[in-house]
Design a protein around this ligand. Structure first.
Ligand code: NAD
Ligand code: MG
Length: 395
């Protein structure tokens, strides 16, 4: 049987490494085509040598020569490329069957979009792409018969609990609601008046999941759940009223689908991204993922509660952006990316993240988004307004 060729965009990150781990356990079925990273030449070259990749791409163009030297030094046969053109090549090249989109933030949009343009099987971790370009991205994928398989644990759980044919309409499939579960993050029980003193290290110390720094901060503000609500809307063609969020601190139930007849289907598992990655890779089959098994007998508490939107305004802002539609989610995402970066650099407080996002959303008017250029233009505009907010505040 021909092995499936997988390109991993963002292979040096948390999702990228977990994907390589799952591939290493299933080498009879999958092989690596291309790997990419932002600036981490050493890890990228080592991965290319270990997995015998054909192509290595470093996003920072000033590091291409260093990458080529490092590949040679390690005896890796991968060709070196850099920049957006390199990322697009990794996503769209002929021998690639499947693309794991695991770059963080809007920086992943162009290359993920290229995978849609080339009709690839897309394993989507880069939720920001769908948040900012939802309609345009889904239409491009449909046009080129690219499939989008969700990697985000909640959406992967929903996908597992969805009936066949759901893509033709949730109502026809008997689905009533999608319930996204949220851990509540590290500050679920911390009083809001202490949010101003929260440090980046505390925010990145998630109780259940080990993830990259940006998504860890998003999980602490609950913006991550807000982005996921918008992501779910596009992935499952859901009406905004059909999507709900419940806080479930144990992170065992990864999300649920409720049906017209009263049934609730949930997917459970230990909080380890290798499960959703393995499911997306092997769908509709199942492969070994290397995860610890769930021991339900030792679990005496699975609890669910409504999220506190006053304490976590980012989730409320995301619901508002979803209702407003058009360019509103682009503004939400861009201002959040700037805010999170400023928080991680110690320029603004944790409590200022939602304030910045709200101010920028109030300042920028909502207009139509018809194509990728519109998305990029709105993204630039919102980023610049958010940057001004930080400069005014921090100097
Ligand atoms: P990470 O920060 O650990 O890794 C990001 C990867 O993208 C790295 O390989 C990095 O080199 C690359 N990258 C960063 N900036 C780039 C740029 N400007 N251009 C090109 N490449 C760049 O992030 P992560 O936690 O692995 O998350 C990746 C994506 O998956 C995010 O969109 C996140 O929301 C989503 N996701 C992650 C998890 C998780 O458990 N980590 C779960 C669900 C969804
Ligand atoms: Mg998630």
């Amino acid at each position: 049987m021909k092995r499936e060729n997988v390109s991993i965009l963002g292979s040096t990150g948390s999702i990228g490494k977990s994907t390589l781990d799952v591939i290493s356990r299933n080498q009879d079925r999958f092989r690596v085509a291309a790997l990419t990273a932002n600036r981490n030449v050493a890890d990228l070259a080592a991965q290319c040598a270990d997995f015998d990749a054909r192509l290595a791409v470093i996003a920072d163009t000033t590091l291409e020569r260093e990458l080529a030297d490092e590949l040679k030094a390690r005896g890796a046969r991968a060709e070196a490329m850099s920049g957006e053109a390199g990322l697009r090549q990794a996503a769209g090249m002929e021998e690639t069957d499947t693309v794991m989109a695991a770059i963080v933030g809007a920086a992943g949009l162009n290359s993920t979009f290229e995978a849609a343009r080339r009709g690839k099987k897309i394993l989507l971790a880069n939720k920001e792409s769908l948040v900012i370009a939802g309609e345009v991205f889904v239409a491009e994928a449909r046009k080129n018969q690219a499939s989008i398989l969700p990697v985000d644990s909640e959406h992967n759980a929903i996908f597992q609990a969805m009936p066949q044919g759901f893509e033709h309409g949730l109502d026809d499939a008997g689905v009533e609601k999608i319930i996204l579960t949220a851990s509540g993050g590290p500050f679920r029980t911390l009083p809001a008046d202490q949010f101003s003193a929260v440090t980046p290290e505390q925010a990145c110390n998630h109780p259940n999941w080990s993830m990259g720094r940006k998504i860890s901060v998003d999980s602490a503000t609950l913006m991550n759940k807000g982005l996921e609500v918008i992501e779910a809307r596009w992935l499952f063609s859901a009406h905004p009223d059909q999507i709900e969020v419940l806080v479930h601190p144990q992170s065992i139930v990864h999300s649920m689908v409720t049906y017209r007849d009263g049934s609730v289907l949930a997917q459970m598992g230990t909080p380890d991204m290798r499960t959703p990655i393995a499911y997306a890779l092997a769908w509709p089959g199942r492969i070994e993922a290397g995860v610890e098994r769930l021991n339900l007998a030792q679990m005496n508490d699975l609890s669910f509660e409504k999220p506190d939107l006053a304490k976590f305004p980012c989730l409320q802002l995301a619901f508002e952006a979803m209702s407003a539609g058009a360019s509103a989610p682009v503004t939400l995402n861009a201002s959040n990316e700037v805010a999170v970066a400023a928080f991680l650099e110690g320029k603004i407080g944790f409590d200022q993240i939602p304030r910045l996002v709200r101010d920028v959303m109030e300042r920028i008017s909502v207009t139509a988004v018809k194509n990728l250029d519109d998305v990029m233009e709105h993204d630039r505009q919102a980023r610049s307004a958010a940057q001004q907010w930080v400069t005014k505040f921090y100097g």
